[in-house]
Design a protein around this ligand. Sequence first.
Ligand code: EPZ
Length: 421
Amino acid sequence: MDKNNEKLIITGGKPLYGEIAVDTSKNAVLPILAASILNSGKTVLHNIMPITDAYNMLNILSTLGCTYKWENNDLHINCVNAHSWEIPQDLAKEIRSSIFMLGSILSRFRAAKVSYPGGCDIGIRPIDLHLKGLKDLNVKIKEEHGFIICDGTNMKGGNVHLDYPSVGATENLIMAAALTEGITEIRNAAKEPEITDLQNFINCMGGKISGAGTSTITIQGVETLKDCEYTPIPDRIIGGTYLIACAICGGKIRITNFLSEHLYSLIAKLRESGCEFNITPTYIDIECKQRPLTAQIIETLPYPGFPTDLQAPMTALQTISDGTCMIIENMFETRFKHCPELIKMGANITVRDRMAIIRGVSHLQGAEVNAMDLRGGAALILAGLAAKGTTVINNINHIDRGYFNVEEKFNSLGGDIQRIS
Ligand code: EPZ
């Protein structure tokens, strides 16, 4: 079966009811997979879903000499025989997170060669902050023929101030410093929960990292790390996608394996939309009994601000609100590619650069649409679940990068989605 030609057929218009558990976080698992090479031994990760991006990272680790096996949802990784420090171009271009292999490879081998990374086409995706921070750790870097060639022979701990709290740059530098002699301090660091999870994973291997979740992270380099078993945090973006699905379709659902403190920004916005919540430390109930009220203004910001990865699903919700909403996408240059597709379904959206003005309509109509990136694809699923009639979504390989068995998940809540090729 050609995975690139698969489609989702959605019959919309039904409210959602039931209970669903959130998978572990893609954006925690990817840096943790990169960090597994820091240990010249074995790592066991629990509850790992076989999403495409995880396979892409495992292919990179295999190229470097690591081996792995999946037993149910437990991923066993052995990096004892890792020997290479060069990531092939065809693998690097598949995924953005190939770039944060730089830090872990440098930490272990004191050398690294990687081409410019791939990932979702949502903007320029520069890596200047990654490279500038590595230079602050005395890494010598050449950029030739599309490759980044690093010499870490004389790496040492140092002070890095990030011009912008980049998630990937923060993660890369944590990994670069983990096995590098001396103390490294990262200031203006990103504060996303996935960074705290990376700190906790490396400390589980015997690392000495503190401050993750704040703007200043301190890493004391150690000589070696040890085997460990670890369960990454729940995926707050998947959990948020389910919350917004209930808001756009109506109904009442319980989401388990969910940490509400990771999504207070979204919960506040959904309260503005008229949703009601029952929040506990491990699950959340949401009930939406009416047409969504407009959220008025949504601005994507670094954590704990509103997450850019939920901008597209939230845009879908606002298309049927009772008013007008302005969405400002501060993080990426071209992250409104789902809007022309939503317009095919009857949405009233005007996009100007990084701003979208959405005037709510009474309902969406099913149509044939194309997923253009991971979260934009998720937005189209939510729109299809709410629309009157049938929606066909093409290019769902984008969605499979971050949502495992997405149709089964929503069908368990009363959705009607079929995958065909
Ligand atoms: C991570 O991407 C996530 N990906 C993204 O999720 C998420 O949208 C993003 O963080 C923001 O939260 C993974 O964790 C694998 P950034 P990353 O570096 O690290 C600028 C998804 O859908 N920047 O925080 O690439 C950049 O242009 C994906 O799961 C520089 O200018 O995000 C952007 O405007 C999409 N120079 C801003 O920072 C740099 O060197 C945020 O980027 C690096 C970044």
